[in-house]
Design a binder for this molecule. Structure first.
Ligand SMILES: [Zn+2]
Ligand SMILES: [Zn+2]
Length: 180
């Protein structure tokens, strides 16, 4: 039974000396993601991230790196697919935050990872993964997908279905160039 609590970090409680990087390991829960109508989960969903935090006066520069594995359905054949990723993100987080109701579209998106002085490492990590994803998640690069006629997995069997007739070409079949 995994713990579904998101991982947060109180930046103000860290033993920071201004300008001195503090490097430490932190267990971070990676929440599941929904992509192209399918659910994807991290296996395992707790990873050990290396955090580097620097107090730069009016806020903190935070660097986080971790490795993870995302599992879910192949976008072409729906069989299990997985993706190993090495993730590194770095952002600046304010020490003093405006009240959440005063935040607008134009504000730094990193503000949204902070609430009540806590940095939401889980949401930040998941969004960092989303930035790194390839255009499609596939079981293998050359996945042949499902047959559009019979739904068979074309990686496993050659179903032999004819490709559907293209009606634009059907019309052209009877077309003959005008004789001079
Ligand atoms: Zn596939
Ligand atoms: Zn078929």
């Amino acid at each position: 039974m995994s713990d579904h609590t998101l991982t947060t970090l109180d930046l103000s409680a860290l033993p920071l000396e201004p300008g001195d990087p503090l490097i430490f390991e932190q267990e971070v829960r990676l929440p599941p993601m929904r992509l192209a109508g399918q659910d994807y989960g991290f296996v395992p969903d707790m990873v050990t991230a290396v955090l580097k935090v620097i107090d730069v006066g009016r806020g903190y520069t935070v660097n986080m790196s971790f490795s993870c594995r995302l599992e879910g359905a192949c976008w072409r054949c729906l069989e299990p697919a997985d993706l190993d990723l090495d993730v590194t993100v770095e952002d600046f987080f304010e020490a003093e935050l405006p009240p959440i109701e005063e935040l607008g579209e134009e504000d730094e998106p990193t503000l949204w990872y902070q609430e009540d002085g806590m940095l939401n490492l889980s949401d930040w990590a998941r969004d960092a993964v989303a930035e790194l994803l390839p255009p499609k998640i596939l079981c293998q690069p050359a996945c042949r997908g499902l047959c559009p006629q019979c739904g068979g997995n074309r990686n496993l069997t050659e179903c032999g279905c004819e490709p559907p007739a293209d009606f634009r070409w059907e019309k052209l079949k009877d077309w003959k160039p005008e004789a001079d």
